[in-house]
Design a binder for this molecule. Structure first.
Ligand code: N01
Length: 526
């Protein structure tokens, strides 16, 4: 949405192709009960328009899905975006056609072009393609035997029905215990006859302590919103997380406990910034992990269930979850937890599912099983660059690109918050705005200098991939767990840590590249 607005203002002709029936992306699809952002509303919102950020009023500290969708609709209306968005249009193929490709390029105006095919057969031509396909948009539905046999509704959290789902009196089964499951469980449990949750890996979750928007806080931020945004953009992940510059190991046990306790009481993702070495020192990390496990044991009454809910992986190695009464939900009589490591799911049946131990009967089955993250949506399209090179082939051993923005062999092709950029490890809206502006300014430069194609050089790409890995390998992220950051949640996906760790240093690098004549890119003029 912002790319459309930004590029339009630069005088480009822009067309957006969108699978959904309307705007909103993540917030259009993930409409399960309890869906809510875990970044504070005053931060998880556009900053490109001062009027917009001043006038929009968030009702809660963390906005719920419906409110964020309303915001997206407001932005679409306010900036008259819909007239250039083609909804209900899923792109199935994108092929780069070089100017000298002759007959194949007929009707394209003679220059290099992308030919984009939608699954209804419609064909579009464009000089530049910007992929805004999302990091968590391609649903992961594990290939359980008998998946099609289930006779009741089988719902994935990332593709939730538009109608209200009635859980009253229903026996509900849910597979997965990541962020989505942690949000939905406390909402379903009070309605359902029973809720049975199948857990493969326990997650760390911090209470959200969500509340209605504090009017004084809102007024203070809005009095100088630009300063608030600028301050956050200098912080790790572009979040107002009040980072502690001390190591967890250089303070006394009492100070450490007090620091964790304060963060627990404040709630949310800033818990990760309790100390400066939780992502790099296993010993430091263990202190935070043990603190959370003690909290879980204090909340969950049944000690066997509490132990099962205690995560044993590195804290924060998988995306930290933020909840409202998730652990408390297990104190209800109608909620049960099944450890699928001890009792693997063997098959889905017409009436529920079977584990190695017993058969479960359900009226509704929920897959809270996450996404083929970061690369899934891109690789779901048949994308071919120069000489027919397919992105699927190029990324067979993992994504390779430069700055997370451009792929060698794929000219005039950009990825917004692609693998190799901070994306999911930053405030997504801030990361998106930075990418949109960088790409828009780049296109403006190309136009001013009559450059017809731009693409990453293979050397710059190789150096960037090495850097992304080098930085990741200094942390606990790549080896501390099987996270979707590494593709480990998808059978057969190459295991490689995909995001670039380091916002705001990343922004500086992007700016240096641009001011050095797009160093590391190959620019060609017709
Ligand atoms: O997905 P997940 P999600 N058998 O991948 C389990 C964002 N988000 O939709 O951990 C059994 O985290 C899997 O088990 P394991 C946020 O960035 C944000 O919950 O792989 N279980 C895991 O428990 C988040 O990280 C918000 O062992 C299987 C679960 O399914 C990201 O989206 C809210 C399985 C999937 O968890 C994804 O979250 C929601 C199998 N075969 C989401 N396959 C907020 O802003 C998978 N699982 C708050």
């Amino acid at each position: 949405m912002y790319a459309l607005h930004y590029l339009r203002n630069l005088g480009f002709s822009v067309r957006v192709l969108e699978t959904g029936e309307d705007v909103g992306g993540t917030w259009y699809w993930n409409r399960y009960p309890g869906a809510r952002c875990d970044v504070a509303s005053l931060e998880y919102s556009y900053q490109f328009s001062e009027e917009l950020q001043q006038q929009w009023r968030w009702s809660e500290k963390y906005a719920a899905q419906a409110e964020i969708l309303e915001y997206a609709n407001h932005v679409a209306d306010r900036f008259d975006l819909r007239r250039d968005i083609r909804f209900n249009t899923r792109v199935s193929a994108m092929h780069f056609i070089a100017a000298n490709a002759g007959a194949n390029n007929r009707g394209s105006g003679g220059g290099d072009n992308w030919r984009i095919t939608a699954d209804n057969g419609e064909i579009f031509q464009a000089q530049f393609c910007i992929m805004a396909t999302g990091c968590l948009s391609s649903c992961n539905i594990p290939d359980f035997p008998g998946l099609d046999d289930f006779e009741g509704p089988l719902l994935h959290t990332g593709k939730w029905p538009h109608r209200e789902v009635d859980f009253a009196g229903r026996r509900v089964g849910m597979i997965g215990t990541g962020s989505s499951a942690i949000q939905i469980a406390p909402l379903i449990a009070p309605q359902a006859d029973s809720l049975t949750i199948f857990q493969r890996t326990a997650s760390y979750s911090i209470p959200a302590h969500n509340a209605t928007m504090d009017a004084d806080h809102e007024r203070t931020i809005k009095a100088d919103y630009a300063r608030f945004r600028a301050q956050n953009s200098q912080r790790y992940a572009a979040l107002d997380n009040n980072p502690n510059s001390l190591s967890a190991l250089e303070v006394s046990a009492a100070e450490r406990e007090s620091s964790y306790q304060q963060r627990w009481e404040a709630g949310g993702l800033p818990f990760l910034a309790s100390f400066n070495d939780l992502a790099t020192s296993l010993d430091a990390n263990k202190t935070a992990a043990e603190f959370i496990r003690r909290k879980i044991r204090g909340i969950v009454k049944d000690p066997i269930v509490a132990e099962l809910l205690c995560p044993q992986t590195v804290m924060g190695c998988k995306r930290l979850c933020v909840d409202s009464d998730y652990y408390q939900t297990f104190n209800r009589d109608n909620v049960s937890l099944v450890d699928v490591n001890a009792c693997p799911i063997e098959r889905i049946t017409s009436a529920g599912l079977e584990t190695a131990e017993k058969e479960y009967k359900f009226d509704i089955l929920i897959m809270a099983t996450g996404f083929d993250a970061m690369t899934g949506a891109l690789l779901g399209i048949d994308i071919r660059g120069r000489q027919g090179l397919s992105l699927q082939e190029k990324w067979r051993h993992g994504p390779k690109n430069y700055l997370g923005l451009s792929v060698h062999g794929f000219p005039n092709f950009f990825t917004i918050t692609g693998p190799g950029s901070p994306s999911v490890l930053a405030n997504m809206i801030v990361a998106i705005e930075q990418h949109v502006e960088w790409i828009g300014d780049c296109l403006q430069q190309l136009r001013a200098n009559s450059v017809s194609t731009i693409e990453a050089s293979s050397q710059a790409e190789a150096r960037w991939v090495r850097l992304v890995n080098k930085i990741a390998n200094k942390t606990l992220f790549p080896s501390g767990c099987n996270s979707w950051y590494t593709g480990a949640n998808i059978p057969g996906k190459p295991r490689i840590f995909m995001p670039y760790l380091g916002y705001p240093s990343y922004v500086e690098k992007c700016e240096q590249v641009a001011s050095n004549g797009y160093h590391g890119f190959e620019l060609r003029s017709l």
